[in-house]
Design a protein around this ligand. Structure first.
Ligand SMILES: Cc1cc2nc3c(=O)[nH]c(=O)nc-3n(C[C@H](O)[C@H](O)[C@H](O)COP(=O)(O)OP(=O)(O)OC[C@H]3O[C@@H](n4cnc5c(N)ncnc54)[C@H](O)[C@@H]3O)c2cc1C
Length: 197
């Protein structure tokens, strides 16, 4: 989460993806806040190339927009492309020069559904989040493969030792890290109360 921040482009193995940052110096502050909505994917047999899959998705935005795509949330839910004209009318001004486009041509349905659902959920606690002029840039990708060996309770091979969040290599985002903590805490709580899990 980057208050007063800027969306920036980065190069992930030759593919242009997005990230964000903000400056400490107040003179460098923008009027926007940016953060990433990350959707985790878990693949099943026989697929073994998740990194390649992630890179392929990211490369679609480059193919369509020559780099990073940006879309107004209102256009995404209406099922239409953001074009230069609509972008010029947008109340939120982009902090990264990106091609106005259609992220539904880039992201798989489930990822897109999850992102839209999350934006509406966030709107309840941060009203305005689901504004038509909220800008979505695509895509940010996080690859991570080094992780501890854990069971479905997030318990390590050492009994009663649990691992959660980024340090355990199981998450790379805020909501997933928080949820993994809640999950392990519930298991620990149930054990403390003598319940089986
Ligand atoms: C600049 C930046 C922007 C980000 N933006 C987003 C975003 O927009 N969306 C998103 O989903 N994710 C974002 N992330 C990722 C997100 O912040 C992490 O995935 C999440 O914070 C991981 O949570 P965690 O609890 O696993 O670890 P952390 O939040 O890193 O918490 C670990 C804590 O342990 C403490 N600690 C470390 N060592 C010790 C020790 N020896 N003893 C005691 N305490 C210790 C640390 O001080 C820290 O407070 C961003 C990360 C960064 C750095």
């Amino acid at each position: 989460m980057n208050p007063y921040g800027y969306v920036v482009a980065e190069n992930t193995d030759g593919i242009i993806t997005v990230n964000g940052h903000s400056y400490r110096d107040p003179k460098m502050h923008s009027k926007n806040t940016n953060f990433a909505l990350l959707v985790s994917s878990k693949f099943t047999e026989p697929f073994h190339e998740p990194l390649k899959y992630g890179k392929r998705i990211a490369s679609f935005s480059n193919m369509l927009g020559g780099g990073v795509l940006v879309q107004r949330f209102g256009d995404l839910v209406k099922g239409r492309r953001t074009n230069e004209k609509r972008m010029l009318k947008s109340f939120t001004k982009p902090t990264l020069s990106a091609t106005p486009g259609d992220l539904s041509l880039v992201l798989p349905k489930r990822h897109l559904d999850d992102i839209i659902e999350m934006i509406y959920a966030l709107d309840k606690i941060a009203p305005g989040m689901a504004n038509a002029d909220t800008l979505l840039y695509g895509v940010e990708v996080k690859f991570y493969s080094a992780r501890l060996e854990l069971d479905s309770n997030l318990e390590t091979k050492v009994a009663n030792m649990f691992a959660v969040g980024d340090g355990a290599g199981i998450t790379r985002g805020l909501s997933q890290a928080s949820a993994s903590g809640v999950w392990a805490a519930r298991v620990i709580g149930a054990r403390a109360c003598g319940q089986k899990n």
